[in-house]
Write a protein that binds this ligand. Structure first.
Ligand code: FE
Length: 230
């Protein structure tokens, strides 16, 4: 398997490139519109054919590159079950496994940041958490039908029960972190360590974060898979 973490500095978003080297096929998880040329060039340089674009959720902070990539490559756009994205070619529900040659991607429903959200576990070793679990943090729950109690349950009951050595790759990082493990997050994530479900809900209700700059344009555009012209 080829695995690459790519970064969009404007929105601190990580995009992941995962490929099967026998079949030379690839998928991108959470591509960013402004980085489509970077992604296409890398695919070309590595001799890879893009088969899938996966979203962990409908983003509020950036516009997805899926529509543009689909137009250019004919790839299949996949969103989590119940995502309000009429443009998607396919939905992925909890427990479903997508295969790309010998690479297996399992969807783990991790609701709470938004009311439709998947983490993707690649080959049982690399966990792409989207905006559920972040490194020493977690996704916010104060808009897009977010629900702190549901996020607490998803992270503590679904993700923290994966093997300790599972690698954690988040959808964003604002401090320069790139990768963690389930063991590390269980031990050191300040949002969860020593906090009950009720205490977590209290904490999340009092963060008072400003809205993302692009929320008004990003959410409707992402419901069209990033098709800004529509
Ligand atoms: Fe998000």
């Amino acid at each position: 398997m080829l695995f690459r973490q790519l970064f969009d500095p404007e929105t601190s978003t990580y995009t992941y490139l995962v490929a099967d080297l026998d079949t030379k096929t690839a998928m991108l998880i959470d591509p960013v519109l402004e980085q489509v040329e970077r992604d296409r060039q890398l695919l070309q340089e590595l001799g890879l054919t893009l088969k899938y674009c996966l979203e962990t959720h409908i983003h509020a902070d950036h516009i997805t590159g899926t529509a543009k990539l689909r137009e250019a490559t004919g790839c299949v756009g996949i969103v989590p079950q119940n995502a309000q994205a009429v443009c998607a070619d396919r939905l992925m529900k909890d427990g479903e496994v997508l295969e790309l040659g010998s690479v297996k991607v399992e969807a783990i429903a991790t609701l709470g940041h938004t009311d439709s959200h998947n983490a993707y576990l690649i080959n049982k070793t690399h966990l792409l958490t989207g905006d559920s679990l972040l490194i020493r943090g977690c996704g916010r729950t104060d808009f897009q039908s977010g629900n702190a109690g549901m996020l607490y349950d998803a992270i503590t009951q679904r993700l923290f029960t994966l093997p300790d050595e599972t690698l954690v790759y988040p959808g964003h990082d604002y401090r320069g972190n790139t990768v963690s493990t389930i063991a590390e997050e269980k031990q050191w994530n300040p949002r969860f360590v020593g906090r009950s479900r009720d205490e977590f809900i209290q904490l999340m209700a009092n963060l008072n974060l400003p809205n993302p700059k692009k929320i008004m344009e990003a959410v409707p555009a992402n419901q069209r898979c990033g098709n800004v012209a529509a």
